[in-house]
Design a protein around this ligand. Structure first.
Ligand SMILES: *Cc1c(COP(=O)(O)O)cnc(C)c1O
Length: 410
């Protein structure tokens, strides 16, 4: 195989650049297979909002299609339209988009055959205006607020919304393709909100049925509910974090316990290595001072690249086969490691996080070090960090992996 093809690079190969996020698309496909093995007849939606949680929207969506997925989910309409612009046509994948405002691209979405979430009558009016303007019927998913308190119609507004949507459907203006909702506490099994939300969702479905709606898909489950609540799978589950190989319930199990493998490895090359005397201050504010003569290594990524400033003096980094800890403050573009008695060379590879099988930290380790969740660690990796894709199949749109990378990007 040509060694220039992305799929042929081993995941631990050296980056040719300052820093990179290596994205293992074979792992992503494997994770989707593992999720589908749990969901039986329920389909899996690949949630690719927020640049696929920082992994790259189009390459990840194409990998999901390669894995046999036929549903993609985004928050913003711009993300959904970007999938269509990348050539993912409606016969390849339904795309559901759920975070709308009155100023949104409603007409473009109807034209692009994007499924539109509707949480209130204002949104239904926007959809119907777009249907009249484009002369094309829309597909909508009615969203019920079953307890999260975010988007979705409250129970007292639900019957009127359902009736208005059913009337528009009867006129041929739209299809109610889905009825759906979202959990608040699915990562806490046994939390009373879970049973309450399931019951409220069943009630919302009953109201919709009684009004004559026959949605193709009823969906409620996110990653934690996909892993822990089979009774919440209905016709479709919406998997975000789990498809990227991270555990949504780290207290209950790591990725491997659920058959998942982390997709992203974040690594950088050392930009400076030098010996300094005892008592030398390190980075802004001198919050860290060397205990004795030691070697400092400069890692050229900082909070502009998405490394949390909260990782100052706590973030773990794997260098030379050992865990190190960030010494002093994370700056905008760089931070420092104190290697103690160990040596390193400028250009050596520092791995911030990865799957963990070589001993390197994971995104979950960074989340714990920074007091956050792994969702935030991967999603916040910035645009200045190039994504490098390995393990692409090249099947989804019939192109070669190289062509697909040029069309994708992070
Ligand atoms: C982000 C999101 C998901 C995916 O959540 P995960 O916990 O990452 O699986 C599903 N549904 C909605 C509405 C979301 O906003």
């Amino acid at each position: 195989m040509d060694s220039n093809l992305p799929g042929s690079n081993p995941p631990d190969s050296q980056p040719a650049v300052r820093a990179e996020a290596l994205v293992d698309l074979a792992a992503l496909r494997g994770n989707l297979d593992a999720l589908r093995a749990r969901t039986g007849s329920a389909a899996v939606m690949s949630v690719v909002k927020a640049d696929a949680y920082g992994h790259g929207l189009v390459p990840c969506a194409l990998a999901a299609l390669d894995a046999g997925v036929t549903w993609l989910g985004t928050a913003t309409p711009e993300e959904a339209l970007a999938l269509r612009a990348a050539g993912i046509t409606a016969d390849r994948a339904r795309v559901l988009c759920w975070l709308w405002t009155p100023s949104g691209p409603w007409e473009q979405a109807v034209t692009a055959e994007i499924d539109i979430s509707v949480s209130g009558e204002w949104a239904l009016r926007e959809v119907l205006a777009a249907v009249r303007a484009t002369g094309r019927p829309a597909r909508i998913h009615l969203k019920a607020d079953t307890g999260l308190g975010r988007n979705g119609a409250q129970p007292h507004d639900w019957p009127a919304l359902v009736a208005a949507a059913r009337a528009a459907e009867a006129e041929g203006l739209l299809t109610v393709a889905g009825v759906w909702s979202h959990f608040a506490c699915a990562d806490e099994p046994g939390h009373p909100a879970n049973e309450a939300q399931l019951a409220a969702f069943r009630e919302a479905l009953a109201v919709a049925e009684a009004a004559g709606l026959r949605p193709e898909v009823r969906h409620l489950a996110n990653s934690p509910a996909t892993l822990l609540m089979p009774e919440a799978h209905f016709d479709l589950v919406r998997a975000g974090l789990a498809q990227y190989g991270l555990s949504p319930v780290p207290e209950l199990g790591g990725p491997a316990d659920f058959g998942l493998r982390p997709v992203m490895t974040l690594q950088a090359r050392l930009a400076q290595v030098k010996s300094v005397p005892a008592g030398h201050g390190v980075s802004y504010g001198h919050t860290y001072t060397t205990a004795g003569r030691t070697t400092l290594a400069l890692v050229p990524v900082g909070y502009a690249d998405g490394i949390p400033r909260h990782a100052s003096s706590t973030g773990p980094v794997w260098l030379g086969g050992k865990w190190r800890t960030v010494a002093g403050r994370v700056a905008m573009d760089q931070f420092v490691l104190d290697l103690g008695g160990d040596q390193a060379e400028v250009g050596d590879l520092a791995v911030l996080f990865g799957p963990g099988d070589r001993g390197e930290p994971t995104a979950e380790d960074w989340a714990r070090a920074c007091g956050t969740i792994s969702y935030e660690i991967v999603t916040r990796i910035g645009v200045r960090v190039p994504r490098r894709y390995v393990g692409a199949l090249g099947g989804a749109l019939g192109g070669t992996p190289v062509e697909r990378l040029e069309g994708g990007g992070g």
